[in-house]
Write a protein that binds this ligand. Sequence first.
Ligand code: SAH
Ligand code: SF4
Length: 346
Amino acid sequence: MQPLLGLEAGDLQALLPPGEPPFRARQLYEALYHQRAASFDQISNLPLPLRNHLAAHHSIGHLAPVSRFQSTDGTRRYLLGLADSKSVEAVFMPEDARDTLCISTQVGCPVDCKFCLTALMGLERNLTAGEIVGQVLYLAQDNGLWSDRKRINIVMMGQGEPLLNLDAVLKATRLLCDPKGLDISQRRITVSTSGIIPRIAELAQAPVRPRLAISLNASNEEQRRELMPITRKYHLSDLMEACRAYPLRPWEKLTFEYVLLRDFNDTDQDARRVVRLLANLNCKVNLIALNPGPGIPFETPGPDRVASFQAILRRSLPCFLRRPRGLDIYAACGQLKRMDSTLVSL
Ligand code: SAH
Ligand code: SF4
């Protein structure tokens, strides 16, 4: 059965029986995304025969929870089931002023970064727009976030390389941001990329698009090629060029993420090189000390090294240290690879 989540108003109109007026498609759209109907029964403004027709041919397309892991710091990691019995991970991180949902865009990831557990899965498949929106719907509902949607922040930093699934990412973003859809501001959504240069230019053209974060992770071409082999195809110098050409909106800055790896990219010299790379860009840097994992051939730098690196960047740019969330449940950055066997789900 074809799921309805992920379809836009025009797509919905096309699947209604001939003769249904256009306002029925709009009613259905708002029921799916604005009222967040859980079943066809709840869409009571559609005539019963139409509801029955829809229920006979379609599912709504909500994701099915498989397991939920609770961290001592309040973070929750979810494993959500897809229609083809694959599953995907999403993470809820409560904070004082806001709540962040970290969602996936692919099952696994084809980009072979040497410090990331997701890379070890390879790519299983792209997620659909409905499956991307479905993660937000499930996590926001389960954590009671709809009563104050202005607190919701979304980061597309779970499994997968979002810019290798850009059509679905942009469609999901339109559904998330539409005031008649989920009504979440595009300022509160961030997409993170390993640097798929042609897709960055394409993203720039989209009228509704998330903020852009770039996973820099290295201070020169050679080092990045070793860590992120995709750099052989998309060179660091060209990536920086694409960043300089990126049309930022008046309220926007680029974010650069930098995973610190002990004795590999964490020296003061690296920090000074990063400052030079980012000179004249309207940006900020988020540092992340490596979250270790089985099979990852790097170590986490000590706190003094991290502090020294941050201090050098801070002289020139805003630079923040991201504290790891949900480390005890394998929910932190780079740890999303279905580490279930060792954990007890709630
Ligand atoms: N594929 C996209 C988005 C998902 S990864 C990307 O790479 O940008 C989200 C972030 O987690 C990236 O900035 C990545 O560099 C970081 N990351 C990956 N593995 C990590 C690890 N083991 N420890 C800390 N951060 C990691
Ligand atoms: Fe994929 Fe991002 Fe992990 Fe690299 S860091 S393997 S791009 S998920």
